[in-house]
Design a protein around this ligand. Sequence first.
Ligand code: MN3
Length: 209
Amino acid sequence: MTGPFTLPALAFAPESFGAAISPATFEQHHGGHHKAYVDALNQLAAEAGHGQSSLIGIIRAAGPGKLFNNAAQHFNHAFYWASLTPAARAPEGDLAGMIDRSFGSLDALKERLVSAGVGHFASGWVWLVKRGDALEVVDTHDAATPVTEDGVLPLLVLDVWEHAYYLDHKRARKAYLDAVTAGHLNWAFAEQILAAGSVEAVDFGIGRA
Ligand code: MN3
């Protein structure tokens, strides 16, 4: 069925990630998994009387269950596509300064992202977030998302569900995380959110924020 939420187009060519993420993974992950979350969300939101609600409003209002899971997975996946870029440049400006103050260096942050992903049990997400004046790496299980937490601003995310890497790296989650953190994190997106101070102020394809 159609509804207010739509699958955002990828902002890059799926052939442009080398050995890190294959076009086949993007096809399954974006056109398959993410689309299924959007379709289910449209149906469940309408049934729950949320046909006019914003995505983040639904995520924050829904209790545990299918509506939360599909709404949060739409948010998390749109945030993930925006967190990826074919060719990363170094973080700049305020973000670069906060990375150095919070982690010591960009390489130390990348190591934290990889180790958090490797250490995460089963399905979930690894996030770079701002809490207070500092940056942190946090992981969330299943569909859980830091957008529900007061005072926490998500800046980047890595999907560590098996569907994000299994076609390309089999069970070597670390190989996927090493490849993505080495050259494919979209620091420009993190800089935009940091400057805006909210995820609602940046358009990354979730429709009504
Ligand atoms: Mn996924």
